[in-house]
Design a protein around this ligand. Sequence first.
Ligand code: SF4
Length: 404
Amino acid sequence: MRGLYLHIPFCQHKCVYCDFYSLETIHLIEEFVETLLEEIRLRAASIQASEANSLRSGQLQFQTVFFGGGTPSLLSPKQMERIIAQLHRYFAIDADAEWTMECNPGTVTPEHLRAYRALGMNRLSYGVQSFHEDELRFLSRIHSVGEAQEAIKLSRDAGFENINLDLMFALPNQRFEQWKSTLDIAVALQTDHISAYSLIFEPGTPLNTMLQQGKVRAQNEEHDAEMYSYAIDFLGQHGYEQYEVSNFAKDGKYCAHNCLYWQGDEYVSFGPSAHGYLFGTRYWNARSLKRYTENVRTGALPLTSSEILSDKERMFERAFLELRARGIRKAEFLRDFGVSIDDALAPLLREFVPTGELRTSSERVQCTPKGYAVCDALTVEAIHLLEKYCGVEWKQPQESEEIV
Ligand code: SF4
């Protein structure tokens, strides 16, 4: 699989916990769209030049498109239409591709939703976070519980069947009962997909400052782990299959775009702070709208850095990501890296298959629901064993943090 990602770096209001690159200067959206159209053209030209120099033949084909942010639902249908037309103009996208758009429940209207659907969007991902007003206020979300529920209904009325809800747990002062009732309401909405994340105090966010000033207290680790385990069990009982540490889907409705990240596939990205991976090279766009715009206007790609991944780096990354998701694919691992995962991870399998935390089949080694709850520890151990087996150490890549 291969994907396209577009980062829309605007939000109506910045949430206290968020460290994604986004700005409240929404009056700049129209100008940004112009720049984005140009970046798409520049990137396509650069890919064509690379293709001409590579051994690959034929145009690259794409199976997923993901509008993330930021808040893509701040884009008007007209702006969205122009971007989509530009993507079709320069990239070959499968007719049955997955087209996802992240939405804030406080920004959608029936007219816009119908228009997005008519433009070909077929999956919406809503940042809902909580079904409690006090928690939404604490997180400084711009929407109410009622607006979130209404947004799901409106989306269905507009023809969207495939909908994700993002939820958050382990908030300061969050009682267990509150988390349970958020999950109750989410499940009652019967969306095909739910993502459940533990709140992280990201450096540089207002929430982290509040933590350092003693204005809020983080939940203790046991409470956090209990909430997570409860979500795994509860969602499992309601037909949601866990297919990654934080992601649950009904009837195999996995997010294809995220799956391609987790199995080390290629993706081309656009927009400030976006990063892509193509022809064995990872690249980062400038994490600054100003720098991004200046670069594109002068006809340059808005890159801040890039790196070529060695085979070994790709191998470690693949093992790390796949074990956290749908499992390490054994045949592909052997084909791509010449390493038998059964041999390399034999001690791990001997210990954690009998305890019910890992399962192994002819196809994959993967976490069970019990294993996802301790996935960090299992992954650390798996990487350690792989390092020993291959006789190399893995230095995990650091993302570019340039902010201007
Ligand atoms: S709406 Fe989403 S991207 Fe925007 S600030 Fe809030 S969490 Fe971050």
